[in-house]
Design a protein around this ligand. Structure first.
Ligand code: PMV
Length: 326
C-alpha cells in the first residue's frame, strides 16, 4: 500500500483569493494558471497496520504542528473515502524553498493526494483528484493538470475543480522567478483568504476578475502574450490592493519586490515583452517569451536584492512514479 507521486507548482495569471467556504476551500472566484516545469515535490505515502500514528517528514524534518495537522487532515479525508482506517508514513521532498510564496502547498498537496490515493488503491479520475487536492490547498486543485489550467469556482464541493485549457506544448511562456527572500512568509495564504472580504475593495475585484477570466482564457487559446501579460499584471496589483486594505492589513512586498516591478516596466518601455505577477509573498514572477529569457535573467541578476533567478516553462501535471523515497 505504497504510492509515489511528483507534482509541480503553478503560477496563476488570475488568482484565487478569498473563500465562499473556508472548510471546503470553495473559492469566491475562478482562477487560471500555468503549471511550471520546475519547483517539484516528490511524495511517497505508505499505509500500514503496523503504524500507531502518522509519521510525516518534509524536506528531512518533522513539519510544524500546524503543517502536520493539515497533512493529517488530508490523509483522514482520503482514508475515510477509501474505507481504510490505516496510519501512514509520508516522506516529501521539494526541490525549492518552502513557505516563501513559491506555491509549495500547490505541488505538495497535489503530490500528496495522488500518492495517497494510489497507496489506498483508489481509482480516481483527474477531475476527482483535483476536487480532493483542493481540500488540502486551493491552488493544488490546478497542479493536478499540466500546461494551462482553469479552476472553475463552483458553488459546492462537486463543482469546484480544475481542468486543462491547453497542454504545455501549446505555448512556451517563460516564468523567470526573481527570488528576493527565502524566509518563511509571516501570514500563510490560508489565513490571508479569511481576511480578503474585510477589504472594502473586494467586490470591485470580483467583478473585474469575472471579465479577466474570459480575457486570459482567450489570450491563451490565441497565444496573445500582450493581452495575457497586461491582464495578469493588473490582476496581481488588484490582489495586493486587497491584501494591503484587509483588516489586519497584509503587506508582502519588500523594497526589492518594488525594485523588480519598476525594472519590468522600464524593460517593457525599452521594447521587451515582460510582465510581472506576485503571489502571497515578496518574490516576483516575470512572465516573458523565449527570445527575452536570456537578457531578462542577466538583467535580473543585477537588480539589488535579487538573490536567485529560477527560470520555469510550462510543465506536466501530477504523475505517479515508480521510484519510492523509502
Ligand atoms: O492555495 P493557497 O491557499 O496557497 O492560495 C494561493 C493564493 C495565491 O497564490 C496568491 C493565488 C493563486 O491562485 O495561486
Amino acid at each position: 500500500m505504497k504510492g509515489t507521486a511528483v507534482a509541480r507548482a503553478n503560477i496563476a495569471f488570475i488568482k484565487y483569493w478569498g473563500n465562499l467556504n473556508d472548510d471546503l476551500r470553495l473559492p469566491m472566484n475562478g482562477s487560471i494558471s500555468m503549471t511550471l516545469d520546475r519547483l517539484r515535490t516528490v511524495t511517497t505515502v505508505e499505509f500500514s497496520p503496523a503504524l500507531a500514528e502518522d509519521e510525516i517528514e518534509v524536506d528531512g524534518e518533522e513539519p510544524s504542528p500546524a503543517a502536520k495537522a493539515r497533512i493529517v487532515a488530508h490523509l483522514d479525508r482520503l482514508r475515510t473515502l477509501a474505507g481504510k482506517p490505516l496510519k501512514a508514513q509520508v516522506v516529501s521532498v521539494n526541490d525549492f524553498p518552502t513557505g516563501v510564496g513559491l506555491a509549495s502547498s500547490a505541488s505538495g498537496f497535489a503530490a500528496l493526494t495522488l500518492a495517497a490515493a494510489a497507496a489506498l488503491e483508489m481509482e480516481l479520475e483527474d477531475r476527482e483528484l483535483s476536487l480532493l487536492a483542493r481540500l488540502g490547498s486551493g491552488s493544488a486543485t490546478r497542479s493536478i493538470w499540466g500546461g494551462y489550467v482553469e479552476w472553475v469556482a463552483g458553488a459546492k464541493h462537486e463543482d469546484s475543480f480544475a481542468s486543462q485549457i491547453a497542454p504545455p506544448e501549446h505555448w512556451e511562456i517563460c516564468d523567470c522567478i526573481a527570488l528576493v527572500s527565502t524566509e518563511a512568509k509571516e501570514v500563510a495564504s490560508s489565513e490571508g483568504h479569511k481576511l480578503a472580504q474585510s477589504s472594502p475593495l473586494y467586490s470591485a475585484r470580483l467583478s473585474q476578475v469575472r471579465e479577466d477570466l474570459d480575457r486570459v482564457r482567450e489570450a491563451i487559446l490565441i497565444r496573445d502574450f500582450e493581452s495575457l501579460g497586461s491582464v495578469a499584471e493588473r490582476e496581481t496589483l488588484s490582489l495586493h490592493a486587497i491584501m494591503m486594505t484587509s483588516q489586519p492589513s497584509l503587506l508582502y512586498w519588500t523594497p526589492a519586490t518594488v525594485r523588480v516591478m519598476k525594472e519590468v516596466r522600464n524593460w517593457r518601455e525599452e521594447g521587451r515583452s515582460v510582465y510581472f505577477t506576485i503571489d502571497a509573498g515578496p518574490n516576483v514572477h516575470l512572465l516573458t517569451l523565449p527570445p527575452y529569457v536570456g537578457e531578462i535573467e542577466r538583467a535580473l541578476g543585477e537588480v539589488e536584492g535579487v538573490k536567485q533567478v529560477i527560470v520555469c516553462r510550462p510543465g506536466q501535471g501530477a504523475r505517479l512514479i515508480e521510484e519510492h523515497l523509502f
